[in-house]
Design a protein around this ligand. Structure first.
Ligand code: URA
Ligand code: SF4
Length: 197
């Protein structure tokens, strides 16, 4: 299992499947515990991530860490990744084409880790994975599609200049881990939205 993730990581590092490979410094493969119950999925690497080759190590990453801390969860215990693994120039939103091309890696990460739930961070991930929009309307909700559970919340970057949103993110992450505990105890959790496949 760990070896397969290591293979994906190497493939991401060497990937030239879309034009973002021309402008990146480093690809940013997913990182974390391959036995995690949850995969966090962001949009795409930013400047710090591009520099370091690791996801969520900049200011947005600090916000995510703070929300995890609040729930008593260490970053090392979870798995964190992005829809797109290379930084789009000037942090523009990755194009449909870039997302579709790169999504194969995310699918592989999910099929190896088999998380109990996937935590979608913000609109780009929401749109890329579930075809959704208006995350602020749907945040805090549990979705089921094709027998996979998803939890929807805002992107940590949205909280940088908005103290109210940091409380929203923290509240959502607490709810996420409450749900994970229930799932581990074999309990039924409330599904807010059933998606047709
Ligand atoms: N924003 C993201 O969506 N992903 C990162 O890795 C960092 C910032
Ligand atoms: Fe490959 Fe994804 Fe990077 Fe494009 S963004 S070069 S598909 S790893």
């Amino acid at each position: 299992m760990k070896q397969k993730l290591e293979d994906i990581k190497q493939n991401v590092i060497n990937c030239t499947k879309c034009d973002l490979c021309k402008t990146r410094t480093n690809s940013v493969p997913g990182k974390g515990n391959f036995k995690s119950d949850v995969i966090f999925v962001g949009e795409a690497p930013g400047r710090n991530e591009d520099k370091n080759g690791e996801p969520f190590v900049g200011v947005a990453g600090k916000k995510l860490s703070a929300a995890l801390d609040e729930a008593g969860i260490s970053r090392e215990s979870v798995y964190i990744t992005n829809v797109v693994k290379c930084r789009p120039p000037k942090n523009r939103v990755p194009s449909t084409d870039e997302r579709e091309t790169c999504k194969e890696y995310l699918k592989q990460e999910i099929s190896i880790i088999k998380p109990k739930i996937i935590c979608i961070l913000g609109n780009t991930a929401f749109n890329s994975i579930l075809g959704g929009s208006e995350i602020t309307k749907f945040r805090g909700k549990v979705v089921r599609k094709d027998n996979q559970l998803y939890f929807l919340t805002i992107h940590p970057a949205a909280t940088i200049y908005n103290q109210q949103l940091i409380d929203v993110l923290k509240e959502d992450i607490l709810k996420l881990f409450d749900n994970i505990r229930e799932l581990k105890d074999g309990k039924e959790i409330t599904i807010d939205i059933e998606y047709a496949s």
